[in-house]
Structure formats: structure tokens, C-alpha cells
Design a protein around this ligand. Structure first.
Ligand code: BES
Ligand code: ZN
Ligand code: ZN
Length: 469
């Protein structure tokens, strides 16, 4: 990752100057700019060789725009092989935070498998800022960006190199580095726990499933948050096989599980006085003679029977058993993250995650926190009519809806069946199917996995600590 330092003076090869108003460029330089066709239109940039200045035109000075510009600028600097640069801070913690996040997260590229990787020459960016109020924020932004890039790297890793067992080793290694407790539940454990819905999904895969359990336990915590992540290391659809075009990128179906890992890493480094436990259901959904089938009826850990009508609606089966396990840990809050439905992407577009649950206030609070940290999220409302659509003639519940509409919500309602009354108001479901994998770069996200969900959930947990103070 690029090294960011705060200092009083200009250092490095070039000076980056962000402008929202062309008229603010000194007259002589403005003339050169104009000669070279730079008009100050949003996103335009120009290098002035003799003064070593790099002008970048911002659309406006909103936080969103600053964050995105940080990412754009760093991509340009990489292309031009710049080694170091200075940029004037905003004397505003939130804006500086957004700029640095953009720089650090915008720089990431998945090139681990390329023979000729674009080795980056960009090493240092100096933020010129006289106030020293920014020390804590600087630590946080580095932790969060680092975690985002790590989550992206894991999610981008091809399915053969990131099976449930390999994901367990990755989690074990990260946990050790940051001082988290990590327990891996193997096949024997999963059978003992009667997670038969999860086991059905994994049946046809030669790669055994794992339950990855991470714990951060401060001495006298103010609250306990349990996170649950969908960790489908590959989703072929199972016997309800996905068409070829829909199967590519399904390595990213572990996005929710990996986000949980990234959140846990941030929490271990930021050390809030909140207990946080992370449960990842790491499973591969494959085909084979021993695959689970449409028409099967599964006995879930919670005791609720599930009629399988489509083996591609596997995430909710894995989550049903993980949510059951998570409630035994007596959480004050329970949040699941999952690339759960294509329908969520249809409903909200590829840039937003869906927030679902039974507690209106909690959902709104979460949405606000998400929007504040730059993650787009929107509420998808449950209703009793949609709930009827997952009734089954043969079992307690069906794993798919009888209607083709409202699929993100009916998936959320399915999960809701596995939340005990006592925990209904403590639960939030995040469908991150849209933003978890990026086809064409946007905001601070390069092509590939984005690390969706990490920023919001980290801020939600940090916010709980502030509330308790
Ligand atoms: N992993 C997919 C959902 C998904 C789709 C994530 C596109 C990211 C991008 C999930 O397991 C799935 O296949 N869902 C089905 C459910 C359907 C069978 C009811 C879907 O969305 O089509
Ligand atoms: Zn699926
Ligand atoms: Zn899936």
C-alpha cells in the first residue's frame, strides 16, 4: 500500500492541486493550461512540467467527490510513473479521510496471477496539513483501506485457490497476525451442530465445508455484535445449474464471508470496547451424483424444515444454519452479509446494497451510517404478502418464492424465519450482491471485488461504542 504521511511542507516529485474553480489558478499557469486545452471540466487534469504542478478539476468539494477523486488521481499518477507527490489537505477531518481512503483503496489492482504485473512506482503521498487533529483518523483510514484491499484480494482469488479449507487457513493466518481468536469448525463439527441445510449445499463438492469463527473479546464490553457471512467459495448453482454467462464471477459469492473477515481485522486493530464475533459459512455449491436436489426437504439446525425448489438459492440455506448458530451466542446485534440475490441488483442497481430486517429504527440508523461512510445502501421493506410466497406445501418453508418478483425481499424473509422472536429486533440482513463485484470501475472501486459492507459495519460497531460512552 502507498505510504501516506502528514506534514507541513511540500515534498516529493510533484504537487497535486485540486481545483473547483479554474479562475483560482494563478494567471501565468492558467494561460499555459488554457493553451494545452485544459478547461477545468470535472475530472480533467494537467501536468505543468516546469512548476511540477498537477492540476485536477473536481466537480465540487463534496465528500463523495473528494473520495472518488482520490482514486482517480492515484490511477493517473500510476500511469505516469510518479513516485511521490504532495497534496494540500482540507483542514477538515472528514474530507481528508475521504481523500486518503480514495487514494489507498483506489490504487488496488488484482494482478497476483499476471506474469507482468504493473508494479507500482508510486510510494509516498504527503498530505500538507498543519493541524495534528488528524492522527486518529489517519490510523483508522489506513486500517480500513488495508482491510478493504485484503478482502478484495481474497474474494478475487480463484475458486480452486480459495476453497473452504484454504479460506480457513487464510482466516487463521490473519487472526494470528492481529490477535483474534479463530476456531475452524470441520465436517465433524458441522455434523455435530446438525447444520444439515449447509451440509446439503456442500454435498456434491470434493471440497469440505468449514465454519470459520473469529472472536474479538475486550474485557468489559458494552455490547456484543455477531456477524454472519455467506462464504460460497464457488456457486455453480448446483443441479439448478447457472447458465455459463452467470457462472463467471461466482468466485465472488464469498464476498459476505470475506467482508466479515475484513471487519474482524479492522476491529482487532481499532480495538473498540465492543465484543465482536464473526461466523463465516464457507461452502462450495457444485454438481454431481450425490448433489442435493430440487424436491429435497432439509432439516435445518433451527428445526425448521426447508423444501428445496432451486439449488441455486443456496446462500440462504447456508445462512439459515449459521444464523441459528449465531443466535446461540446471545448477541445484542446480529448482522449478516451476503451476495444473496440477483434480484437485489435488479431492484437497487449494482451500486447499492439492500438493508432488510424487522427493526425500522435499527435499519434507518444503519442506512445513515452506511451513507455517511460512502457506501450506498437502501432499505427494502418486508410485507406480509411477500411472506406468503415462501410457503411450502411439503415443508415449513420453501427456499424460493412462488413469484418472480421481489426476490431480494423474499430471500430476506426466508432468513427471517430462522431468527427467533427474541432476536427479531436485533437483526439486520445486508444483501451486497450488487456492489460486491465490480464489472467496470466506479467510485473507489477498481474492477473486481470491492470489499462491500466492510466500511459500514465497522462504523456501525464503532458507533455503538460512542453511544455507550
Ligand atoms: N449468488 C447468487 C446471487 C448473485 C447473483 C450474487 C448475481 C451476485 C450476482 C445466489 O446464490 C443465487 O444464485 N440466487 C438466485 C436465487 C434464485 C434461484 C431464487 C438468483 O438470484 O437468481
Ligand atoms: Zn446461487
Ligand atoms: Zn450464491
Amino acid at each position: 500500500m502507498i505510504n501516506i504521511e502528514i506534514g507541513n511542507n511540500f515534498r516529493g516529485d510533484i504537487e497535486i492541486i485540486l481545483i473547483t474553480d479554474f479562475k483560482k489558478i494563478p494567471k501565468k499557469e492558467a494561460e499555459i493550461c488554457a493553451l494545452q486545452g485544459f478547461s477545468g471540466k470535472s475530472g480533467e487534469f494537467i501536468f505543468l512540467q516546469n512548476t511540477k504542478k498537477f492540476y485536477f478539476a473536481l466537480k465540487d468539494s463534496s465528500i463523495d467527490c473528494i473520495r472518488e477523486s482520490g482514486a482517480l488521481i492515484v490511477r493517473i499518477l500510476k500511469k505516469f510513473n510518479i513516485k511521490s507527490a504532495s497534496i494540500k489537505g482540507f483542514n477538515d477531518s472528514q474530507k481528508n479521510y475521504a481523500l486518503i481512503l480514495g487514494i489507498l483503496a483506489g490504487e488496488y489492482e488484482f494482478n497476483t496471477y499476471k506474469q507482468k504485473s504493473n508494479k507500482i512506482s508510486l510510494k509516498n503521498i504527503y498530505i500538507i496539513e498543519s493541524s495534528n487533529k488528524f492522527v486518529n483518523e489517519l490510523k483508522k483510514v489506513k486500517v480500513v483501506a488495508n482491510s478493504l484491499n485484503l478482502v478484495r484480494e481474497i474474494v478475487n482469488t480463484p475458486p480452486e485457490d480459495c476453497t473452504p479449507i484454504k479460506l480457513s487457513s487464510i482466516a487463521t493466518k490473519i487472526a494470528k497476525e492481529v490477535g483474534l481468536e479463530c476456531n475452524i469448525g470441520d465436517l465433524k463439527f458441522i455434523i455435530k451442530e446438525k447444520m444439515q441445510a449447509l451440509l446439503a449445499v456442500s454435498k456434491a463438492s470434493p471440497n469440505e465445508p468449514r465454519i470459520i469463527e473469529l472472536s474479538y473479546k475486550p474485557k468489559k464490553p458494552k455490547a456484543r455484535v455477531v456477524l454472519v457471512g455467506k462464504g460460497l467459495t464457488y456457486d455453480s448453482g448446483g443441479l439448478s445449474l447457472k447458465p455459463a454467462d452467470y457462472m463467471t464471477t461466482m468466485k465472488a459469492d464469498k464476498g459476505g464471508g470475506c467482508a466479515v473477515l475484513g471487519i474482524m481485522k479492522c476491529i482487532a486493530e481499532l480495538k473498540p470496547n465492543i465484543e465482536v464475533l464473526g461466523i463465516i459459512g464457507a461452502v462450495e455449491n457444485m454438481i454431481g451424483g450425490n448433489a442435493y436436489k430440487p424436491d429435497d426437504i432439509l432439516a435445518s439446525r433451527e428445526g425448521i424444515s426447508i423444501e428445496v425448489k432451486n439449488t441455486d438459492a443456496e446462500g440462504r440455506l447456508v445462512l439459515a444454519d449459521c444464523l441459528s448458530y449465531a443466535q446461540d451466542l446471545k448477541p445484542d446485534y446480529i448482522i449478516d452479509l451476503a451476495t444473496l440475490t440477483g434480484a437485489c441488483v435488479v431492484a437497487l442497481g449494482e451500486f447499492s446494497s439492500g438493508i432488510m430486517g424487522y427493526n425500522e429504527k435499527l435499519k434507518r440508523e444503519f442506512e445513515q451510517i452506511a451513507l455517511n461512510c460512502g457506501e450506498l445502501m437502501a432499505l427494502l421493506p418486508f410485507n406480509r404478502h411477500l411472506e406468503k410466497l415462501i410457503e411450502s406445501k411439503n415443508a415449513d418453508v420453501s427456499n424460493v418464492s412462488s413469484s418472480r418478483y421481489g426476490g431480494a425481499i423474499t430471500a430476506g424473509l426466508f432468513l427471517g424465519k430462522f431468527i427467533r422472536d427474541k432476536y427479531k429486533d436485533k437483526w439486520i440482513h445486508l444483501d451486497i450482491a450488487g456492489p460486491a463485484f465490480v464489472e467496470k470501475e466506479w467510485d473507489i472501486n477498481p474492477y473486481g471485488a470491492s470489499g462491500a459492507g466492510v466500511r459500514s459495519v465497522v462504523d456501525f460497531i464503532l458507533n455503538l461504542e460512542d453511544k455507550a460512552k
